[in-house]
Write a protein that binds this ligand. Structure first.
Ligand code: ADP
Length: 464
C-alpha cells in the first residue's frame, strides 16, 4: 500500500507536469504558427518593396534602366534570399542575379533550402513574375525567385531558438517547482494525518494526556486535531470517573460492612449480647447499604439510559406541590415548617426526572435542617427560564465546599454523620438531570444560616 504522502506528491507532481507539458507544447505551436504567418507577410512586403524600388529605376526619357541602382537593389535582395531577373518591355534580360554571380546565388539558395528542410519545411523555390509600371505604363517585368511560402534567415532562426530555449527553461523550472510544491503540500497534509493515527493509537492504549497542537493552517485538519483532543479529554474523564466510582463504591461499602461484621462477630463469640439495640444498629447499617445500592442503581440507570428525556408540558408549581406532599411525613416528624410561593410556570421537561430533582433537593433540605427549621420553595420565571428555589435555614454549606457538593460521593464533613447523610449521589443526579434539560443548578449558602438551591429550566431548547 502506498503512503498518503507518496500518493499525494506523485499525483500533484503528475498534474503539474502534465500542465507544464501542455502549456509548453501549445505555446510552442502557437508561437511557431504566428511566427510563420508573420514571416510570410514579411516576405510578401519585401517582394512588393523590390518591385516598387525597381519600377523607379526606369528612365522613361532616356528609355533605359539605371543599371547601377538595379544592381544595388538586386544584390541587396540576393543577400536577403531573393533572386531577381529584370526584363524590359520587349522581354529582353536587363539584369540577372544568377548571371551576375552564379556561385553566390547557388550558395544562398542551398543555405536556405538546407536550413528550411532541417526545420521540416515542405516548401521549395518558387518563381513569381511581377509587372513593372511607371505612371500607369508598363516598363518591364521582374521575376523573383524565393523559397516559399516563407523562409527564415539566420537571425530569425536564432530568435526562434532562443524562444524555444526560454520555453524549455520555463518548463524545467516549473517541473522542479512542481516537485517541490507537491512534496511540501503532501507533507503538510499527510503529517497531521500520520500524527492523528499516532495519537489515536496512544489514546487506545490509555494515554489520555496526549495533545494534538492545532496549527496546520488547514481548517479541516485543525478541526480534526480539535476533535481528537476532545475525544481524548472525554475518554480521560470517563476513565477517571470510572476509577473514582469504583474506589468510592468500595470505600462506601467498606465502612458499614466492617462495623456490621465486627458487631456480628462480637455477638457470635458471645462478647456481646444480641440486645435489640445492637441488632437495631446492625439493621441500620444494612439499611445504609440498601440505600447506597439503591442510589447506585439510580445512577447506573440514568447513565445507561443516557438521559433520554420524555418531555412534555409540565407545571413546575403543581409538581413541587405533589413532590412536597410525599415529604410531609418527614417534615412533620422533624417539626419543620414548609411554605410554597409562586405561580404556575409551564416548561417543556421530563416530568419524572424533574420530580426526582425536587425530591432530592427537598429531602436534602429536610435532612440538613434541624428540628423546628423552615423550608421554603419559590417557583418563578424569567424570559427564558422556569425557576425553582429551594431554601432552608439548616446547617448550611461552607463556602469552599459549594463547588464540590454536586460531585458524586461528595459529602461535607458535617453530613458525614451516618444517620443523616446519604452516599453523596443525590446532587450529582440533580445536576445531570438539570443539565440534560439545558438548564443550570446552583447553590448558595451562608454558614449556619441555611442553604438555597436554584434550578433553572429553559422554556425552549435546541436539539438534545
Ligand atoms: P447526600 O446523600 O450526602 O445528601 P447529596 O449529593 O445530596 O448527598 O449532597 C451532597 C452534600 O451536599 C451533602 O453531603 C451535604 O454536605 C451537602 N448538602 C446538600 N444539600 C444541603 C442542604 N440543603 N443543606 C446543607 N448541606 C447540604
Amino acid at each position: 500500500m502506498n503512503s498518503l504522502k507518496k500518493q499525494l506528491s506523485l499525483s500533484i507532481f503528475l498534474v503539474l507536469l502534465l500542465t507544464v507539458f501542455l502549456i509548453g507544447i501549445l505555446s510552442n505551436w502557437f508561437i511557431n504558427r504566428e511566427f510563420e504567418k508573420y514571416m510570410t507577410q514579411l516576405g510578401i512586403e519585401r517582394r512588393e518593396n523590390v518591385v516598387e524600388e525597381l519600377s523607379h529605376q526606369y528612365d522613361s526619357l532616356k528609355r533605359n534602366w539605371k543599371l547601377d541602382y538595379v544592381h544595388a537593389i538586386g544584390m541587396n535582395a540576393l543577400y536577403d534570399g531573393y533572386i531577381i531577373k529584370l526584363y524590359d518591355i520587349g522581354g529582353n534580360m536587363v539584369w540577372d542575379a544568377e548571371n551576375h554571380d552564379m556561385s553566390l546565388c547557388g550558395q544562398i539558395m542551398d543555405e536556405i533550402s538546407v536550413r528550411m528542410e532541417e526545420r521540416g519545411s515542405k516548401g521549395g523555390f518558387v518563381d513569381n513574375t511581377y509587372e513593372l509600371t511607371q505612371n500607369g505604363k508598363k516598363t518591364g517585368s521582374v521575376s523573383i525567385k524565393y523559397y516559399g511560402p516563407f523562409f527564415m534567415n539566420e537571425a530569425d532562426f536564432d530568435f526562434i531558438n532562443v524562444m524555444n530555449k526560454v520555453l524549455i527553461f520555463i518548463g524545467v523550472l516549473s517541473g522542479i517547482c512542481s516537485v517541490a510544491v507537491g512534496c511540501l503540500l503532501a507533507r503538510r497534509i499527510s503529517r497531521p494525518v500520520t500524527k492523528t493515527a499516532y495519537i489515536a493509537k496512544q489514546i487506545s492504549e490509555g494515554n489520555y494526556n496526549i495533545r494534538f497542537e492545532p496549527g496546520t493552517r488547514i481548517k479541516e485538519l485543525d478541526d480534526l486535531a480539535a476533535a481528537i483532543n476532545q475525544l481524548s479529554d472525554a475518554l480521560g474523564k470517563q476513565e477517571n470517573l470510572r476509577r473514582r466510582l469504583t474506589a468510592d463504591v468500595a470505600h462506601e461499602l467498606r465502612t458499614p460492612l466492617t462495623s456490621l461484621s465486627s458487631h456480628l462477630e462480637a455477638m457470635m463469640e458471645g462478647l456481646w449480647d444480641p440486645t435489640p439495640e445492637r441488632l437495631y444498629s446492625c439493621f441500620e447499617e444494612v439499611k445504609r447499604l440498601g440505600t447506597l445500592v439503591a442510589d447506585l442503581e439510580q445512577l447506573a440507570r440514568m447513565e445507561s439510559e443516557n438521559l433520554t428525556l420524555k418531555k412534555s408540558r409540565i407545571d413546575l408549581f403543581s409538581l413541587v406541590k405533589v413532590v412536597s406532599e410525599t415529604m410531609n411525613g418527614e417534615i412533620k416528624k422533624k417539626n419543620q415548617s414548609f411554605q410554597m410561593e409562586g405561580k404556575p410556570v409551564f416548561v417543556e421537561a421530563d416530568k419524572d426526572r424533574i420530580s426526582q430533582v425536587l425530591a432530592n433537593l427537598l429531602s436534602n433540605a429536610v435532612k440538613y435542617t434541624p428540628e423546628g427549621g423552615s423550608i421554603k420553595v419559590l417557583v418563578s420565571e424569567t424570559s427564558k427560564y422556569g425557576i425553582i428555589k429551594v431554601t432552608d435555614n439548616g446547617i448550611g454549606i461552607p463556602e469552599r465546599e459549594l463547588p464540590l457538593i454536586f460531585e458524586r460521593f461528595y459529602r461535607s464533613d458535617k453530613s458525614r454523620d451516618r444517620r443523616t447523610g446519604g452516599a453523596g449521589i443525590g446532587l450529582a443526579i440533580v445536576k445531570s438531570i438539570v443539565e440534560a434539560h439545558g438548564g443550570t443548578v446552583t447553590a448558595e449558602s451562608s454558614k449556619e444560616e441555611g442553604s438555597c438551591f436554584t434550578v433553572s429550566i429553559p422554556f425552549s431548547q435546541g436539539f438534545q
